[in-house]
Ligand binder design. Structure first.
Ligand code: FDA
Length: 278
């Protein structure tokens, strides 16, 4: 069972927990992006099992004012096994999602997966006009070229700082340089492209910058943040902006939970306090 301290960041181990969270968020004016936790599979059966689970999840999505979407990880759908395995599983999910009018996000993982992920996105975006989105990482130097390549594809681009520890030769490693790259790329998304824009950050300065760009340019954009991180700000923003919360669930919650805890010292204090108070 999910321990009480993990339920700040993870919406339970089963589809029931995810669906209940989708409903709660909907009441608060926030839409969900549901992610089944799981990654780096070497066995095609594991990738197939998660694909089937996504199909079951899509069937269970409630009819809400702010329709939920899903987000999948390439290595969860079999990219480590083969690009064809990943593409087949993803295509199955996108087909069922498109029939239900549900948007599908493709998360971005380490740099060795970027090319295959971009190729899969391009192919699917062409088939399913506007129903698929891809995550691009501001810390990667190549992302400026990826924005050029994908900027007029029918779909959406989610811009993040980047969660993977990448080498200096291909990535900005310094926090200020990543923030600068994020600003530059976000400006280009607003001014040089026609895609839907997802501003996925908890960084207040970048949120303010995006709000300024939103005032200046008549573009389709949304904010995205993680479950359990700056939830007050999410609710406040949702009064005037489109806000999505990334909602992970599933039995593989432990590594995700510890990653969120390690990111911030105050989260560690929160976790320890929960243990002490239990
Ligand atoms: P940063 O880490 O600098 O945080 C800014 C501020 O936010 C902090 O000062 C603090 O106030 C608050 N904050 C951040 N993390 C916190 C935490 N754990 N607890 C409490 N407060 C916290 N990455 C990737 O490589 N591939 C992907 O597909 C995705 N997908 C994705 C989807 C969505 C919706 C989000 C929000 C993020 C991702 N990411 C991602 C993760 C992203 O790359 C990045 O690692 C995190 O968002 C943290 O970066 P911030 O931009 O929030 O800034």
């Amino acid at each position: 069972m999910l321990p009480p301290i993990a339920d700040r960041f993870v919406a339970g181990e089963s589809i029931d927990g995810a669906v209940a969270h989708v409903r709660d968020l909907d009441d608060a004016g926030i839409a969900s992006i549901v992610n089944l936790l799981g990654e780096h599979y070497d066995d095609p059966e594991d990738a197939r099992a998660d694909t089937e689970e996504y199909l079951r999840l899509l069937e269970r999505f409630p009819d809400t004012a702010h329709p939920p979407s899903i987000s999948v990880k390439p290595s969860q759908l079999g990219l480590n096994i083969g690009e064809d395995v990943f593409r087949d599983n993803l295509a199955r999910i996108v087909e069922v999602a498109a029939a239900a009018d549900t948007f599908v996000w493709i998360d971005m993982e380490g740099h060795e997966t970027t090319d295959a992920t971009v190729r899969a996105y391009e192919a699917l975006a062409e088939q399913h006009d506007g129903g698929v989105g891809i995550c691009l990482q501001a810390n990667l130097r190549r992302t400026a070229d990826d924005v050029t390549r994908l900027g007029d594809t029918a779909g959406k681009i989610r811009l993040v700082k980047g969660a993977y520890d990448e080498p200096e030769s291909i990535a900005y490693r310094d926090g200020a340089a990543v923030e600068e790259a994020y600003r530059h790329l976000l400006h280009r998304l607003f001014t040089d492209t026609t895609v839907g824009i997802a501003v996925a950050t908890h960084d207040e300065e970048l949120i303010e910058y995006a709000l300024d760009l939103g005032d200046q340019y008549d573009r389709d954009y949304e904010f995205q943040m993680l479950m359990g991180v700056r939830e007050d700000r999410q609710r406040e923003l949702a009064a005037t902006e489109t806000v999505y919360q990334y909602v992970p669930y599933g039995s593989a919650w432990a590594s995700y939970f510890y990653r969120r805890i390690r990111e911030r010292r105050e989260n560690l204090r929160f976790a320890l306090r929960a243990v002490v108070d239990a």
